[in-house]
Design a protein around this ligand. Structure first.
Ligand code: NDP
Length: 322
């Protein structure tokens, strides 16, 4: 089979389309023939070594397809099941061996593309909206990268809670998209200073929560947009990792809270994984949650997908098709 291998950390030129042996399952694994593969920003961090992994490895965390073979102890799925998964390194490939406890059955009404688009970014938006801090009408949230994969879903889930959402994007086109899924206000960061504008939009008070996935470039200003006792959710580093800082800063800026969460801690048990995935799948089926699949690339062109993602040229989900 073919897979995208990383043999050295570096730029997108390190994504090598290679012939590798077909995988065989361990006792607790299933082999999935992939029909759609999700591209996520974490794939960039793995490729560059910001989140180091032992080299060489097959990239990718997320996909959907059909179970072709199961290991001796597998209970969760059977051959022929349509499934989706996340958190299983090695997804940029034609086949993948996935721990069965990470597989979620895909409802018949959902396509493989929807399955591969919903798992990682959908469950991330789910825990960000529902599990970090209770949010309700009267609260205002600032959402960075509002037209991105996580961003477009997060806006919709925050609107379920009646939270006022201020989205941040880099272009007018992205602003239109973020508004179309429910953002109340959108600030175009290439034209307007988001710290000053957020203060204006909140009558000087600031917001109750910031969802910052950009990291280094926006850290300081994000803290400055928070209301007293507001919550900084730093959940990504698209512009680079945040340098060390003193907790005293949190006190000086208004007794702020800070969390740096990761999806695997919010899908820590099979029950929690199924709870989040089931909600997301149900809302897609009922039309309450719209997925925006913005870009599709052939598996062999993974490099182009990374260039587009890092170049801020994408909206919503990017898929690779084997
Ligand atoms: P996105 O689709 O959101 O793409 C990234 C977006 O970030 C860009 O489109 C761009 O939007 C914005 N951005 C701002 N500065 C930069 C920069 N210097 N380089 C590149 N992009 C920049 O990606 P994902 O939805 O896959 O992921 C979003 C973020 O969420 C990532 O930081 C990712 O690591 C994080 N994440 C964290 C998880 C967790 O559990 N902690 C789980 C899933 C994702 P614009 O042009 O509008 O500024």
């Amino acid at each position: 089979m073919h897979a995208i291998r990383v043999e050295q950390y570096g730029g997108s030129e390190q994504l090598l389309y290679k012939e590798v042996p077909n995988p065989t399952p361990k006792a607790n694994e299933a082999v999935v023939k992939l029909h759609a593969i999700g591209v996520n920003f974490i794939d960039v961090y793995h490729r560059t070594g910001l989140y180091p992994l032992p080299l060489p490895f097959t990239l990718g965390q997320e996909g959907a397809g059909i179970v072709e073979e199961v290991g001796a102890e597998v209970q969760e799925v059977k051959v022929g099941d349509r499934v989706a998964f996340t958190g299983a390194l090695g997804a940029y490939a034609e086949y993948h061996t996935v721990q069965a406890e990470k597989l979620v059955k895909l409802p018949d009404a959902l396509s493989f593309e929807e399955g591969a688009a919903a798992m990682l970014q959908g469950m991330t938006a789910h825990y960000l909206a529902f599990a970090i801090r209770p949010l309700a009408k009267g609260d205002t949230a600032l959402v960075h990268a509002a037209a991105g994969g996580v961003g477009l879903i997060l806006i919709q889930l925050l609107k379920r809670l009646d939270v006022r959402v201020i989205g941040l994007v880099s272009t007018d086109e992205k602003a239109t998209l973020a508004k179309s899924v429910g953002a109340d206000e959108v600030i175009v960061t290439s034209k307007t200073d988001f710290e000053a504008e957020t203060k204006t939009l909140t009558s000087g008070k600031g917001v109750q929560i910031v969802f910052d996935s950009v990291g280094k470039d926006t850290w300081e200003k994000s803290l400055n947009t928070l209301a007293v006792r507001g919550m900084m959710v730093s959940y990504g580093n698209a512009s680079g990792a945040i340098p060390p800082f003193s907790p005293l800063v949190l006190s000086q800026k208004g007794s702020l809270f800070l969390t740096r969460p990761a999806l695997h801690n919010y899908t820590a048990t099979r029950e929690e994984l199924l709870m989040r995935a089931t909600d997301i799948f149900r809302w897609i089926q009922s039309g309450e949650l719209k997925l925006h699949i913005g870009h599709r690339f052939a598996l062999k062109d993974a490099r182009l997908a990374h260039d587009a993602l890092e170049g801020r040229k994408t909206t919503g989900k990017i898929l690779l098709l084997p």
